[in-house]
Design a protein around this ligand. Structure first.
Ligand code: AMP
Length: 193
């Protein structure tokens, strides 16, 4: 059976970094709606140009856009071993749509992990990433808004996943390799590597 995981956490928590490590080591597929949107922007598609304005303000793009993006990917052969959902779902409507998509395939979300990092550390990490990657939403104003958005959408989405299972809390302040070990332990993957 595929293993489907959600990585939940604020901007700069390390979701993308950890998702890529787990993808490389275990063959799960990272699906990041943020990365998909940035690819649309880079390709200068109509969708990308419209999304950029919203993203640059640090606000959420519409549910239908991200739901369609995910729906277009979950059946690809790369997802056969399972998916790490990174930055999705961010609303209850997205969570419901994801559940329906997976259910239609006889699957479900196996585990939800919340990466926790102090706000101060997030700001420092985003400032560093701004220099390295030049993302147009990695600036102080947009970040403030993205953190505010995170607080509001996590209050909406986390309770949805808190029952019947528990959300696994990860200490995202630890060094990268230690965070990976925490994730592997929760997934019981460590020994298989
Ligand atoms: P991220 O790379 O996950 O931080 O996402 C960057 C930006 O893309 C966010 O600030 C939103 O504007 C947009 N975005 C990414 N994923 C979603 C989502 N699931 N729902 C709505 N907007 C999203």
């Amino acid at each position: 059976m595929p293993l489907n995981i959600i990585f939940f956490g604020p901007p700069g928590a390390g979701k993308g970094t950890q998702a890529k490590i787990i993808e490389d080591k275990y063959g799960l597929k990272q699906l990041s709606t943020g990365d998909m949107l940035r690819a649309e922007i880079k390709a200068e598609t109509e969708l990308g140009l419209a999304a950029k304005k919203v993203m640059d303000r640090g606000e959420l793009v519409s549910d239908q856009i991200v739901i369609d993006m995910i729906a277009g990917r979950v059946d690809s052969p790369e997802c056969a071993k399972g998916v790490i959902f990174d930055g999705f779902p961010r609303t209850e409507a997205q969570a419901l749509a994801l559940d329906a998509m997976l259910k239609a395939r006889g699957q479900s979300i196996d585990i939800v992990m919340e990466l926790k990092v102090d706000d101060g550390a997030l700001v420092a990490r985003i400032e560093k990433r701004a220099k390295e990657e030049g993302r147009s939403d990695d600036n102080v104003e947009a970040l403030k808004n993205r953190l505010a958005q995170y607080r509001s959408y996590s209050a909406e989405v986390l309770p949805y996943y808190n029952a019947p299972r528990e959300i696994a809390v990860i200490d995202g302040m630890a060094p990268i390799a230690d965070v990976t070990v925490q994730i592997e332990n929760i997934l019981n993957l460590g020994q298989a590597a």
